[in-house]
Design a binder for this molecule. Structure first.
Ligand SMILES: [Mg+2]
Length: 246
């Protein structure tokens, strides 16, 4: 069944040649529920079979802030993937460094991670991850009153090491400067018509940089996407309807 917004999106996809359409899908919060720990957001059987079928009909690229290893642990090697917020592009068995300096930034983030582990003691409940090209501070279990202090600390680190500060759902991050999902998607799609779906602040960059694409915000927040659907279930429903439509 298609609600009015889903029907509109289906109509928009019908106006494009599906063989030419590239579909860019965020993972966490878009294809799966947001989980209290990133490692818990494993794909269920339904998602695995849906993605396999969907990518058989549409050129599909997973676009995530996660590391390449992380997303391949979840989904295997079969899918093209833009990882680390647009820093790396994995396709046809090879990895392209879209940041141009991944080795250097991997060293920098290991330094930050090693020298700042004490922050986990100072902010109980917060967990740090070295993404080898970003440091993630996951704070869903932390006292919310301490979030401004944590943010100040991380913004200071980003400045000190010449990295960018990013804040998303339950996470803050120092990440590689000059990269974002929007620029990466523009480069990868190389003029092809596109559908782009995501739920978080970093996906807004993708929507803004690709205004001619079919852009879909997954969630109920303010968004610059052309369409909004409520949650990952609605996203999966749309994908199922797109499969049945061609
Ligand atoms: Mg997301």
């Amino acid at each position: 069944m298609a609600d009015p917004v889903t029907a509109e999106i289906l109509d928009a996809t019908r106006r494009m040649d599906h063989r030419d359409l590239m579909v860019f899908l965020d993972y966490d919060g878009t294809l799966t529920q947001i989980m209290p720990k990133p490692s818990l957001a494993t794909p269920d059987g339904d998602l695995k079979s849906l993605l396999a079928e969907f990518s058989g009909k549409f050129t599909t690229v997973i676009v995530t802030g996660r590391t390449l290893e992380d997303i391949r642990d979840f989904l295997g090697d079969a899918y093209s993937c833009i990882a680390l917020h647009g820093s790396l592009y994995y396709h046809d068995g090879s990895i392209e460094d879209l940041s141009g300096r991944i080795q250097e930034y991997s060293r920098i983030t290991s330094t930050i991670f090693g020298s700042c582990k004490f922050l986990e003691k100072r902010f109980p409940g917060m967990v740090m991850y070295d993404k080898h090209g970003g440091v993630l501070f996951h704070h869903i279990a932390m006292n919310p009153a301490l979030i401004p202090d944590l943010q100040q600390e991380i913004q200071g680190l980003a400045r000190e090491y010449g990295m960018s500060f990013y804040r998303g759902k339950n996470v803050m991050e120092v990440r590689i400067p000059g990269i974002d999902k929007g620029t990466a998607i523009r480069k990868v799609r190389n003029g092809h018509p596109a559908m782009i779906a995501g739920d978080d602040a970093t996906d807004e960059e993708a929507f803004v940089a690709n205004p001619e694409a079919i852009t879909i915000h997954v969630g109920n927040n303010e968004s610059s996407a052309r369409y909004s659907i409520p949650d990952y279930r609605a996203m999966r429903n749309l994908m199922r309807l797109m499969i049945d439509d061609i």
